[in-house]
Design a protein around this ligand. Sequence first.
Ligand SMILES: O=C(O)COP(=O)(O)O
Ligand SMILES: [Mg+2]
Length: 225
Amino acid sequence: MDKQLLIFDFDGTLIDSVPDLADATNAMLTTLGKETYSLNTIRNWVGNGSRMLVERALVGKIEVLEGELTIEEADHAEQVFFEAYNNISGSKTVAYPDVDSGLKKLKAAGYTLALVTNKPIRFVPKILQTFGWQDLFSAVLGGDSLSLKKPDPAPLLHVCEALDATPDQAVMIGDSRNDILAGQNAKMDTLGLSYGYNYGQDIRELNPTRAFDDFATLVEYLLKN
Ligand SMILES: O=C(O)COP(=O)(O)O
Ligand SMILES: [Mg+2]
């Protein structure tokens, strides 16, 4: 592909982190004396960062209405979640097939790689280390690195500027509407992956520039075009 900068999403794109996120969510709910949920339910709550995941879990649904939770209640639950997720140590988090070799091939082909996730930045370095990816990405931003997160284009534009690329020279690659919308808002091409977490919706409905059903096909496309 005639681009120089590949901006990757993390959860649902490179790694399947939902088993650990679900365990941490349920540990938090148990600590707070609330009912727990299945992994399939929790999967549909991931995508807008941990604060949103925690709030959705507290009300037991994707839409959190104004006034349903107090800030104190949500702040406390978020702290309990952070502690639980930190303790879980990423033991159930795996890389999707062909991601490790694919990232290395793309880097070797001369692409600059960046990571923009909505996950709080404090959890990112350890996971990168687990997979030996700590030197792959030229820039890494978490959901709380800036005041705005995906679907806002701010983190994508920030990375472009930091790495001396125009949005036209960059492409956003992700599994969720937040990635595709952030890319479209930044006036970038977008590549969607269908296997991650997108609130149960087909990523193709967001009209990415192209969509792929597995990482190996995405890599092949990027190396050929
Ligand atoms: O933590 C989340 O909610 C999603 O993270 P992601 O942006 O890497 O998919
Ligand atoms: Mg994602």
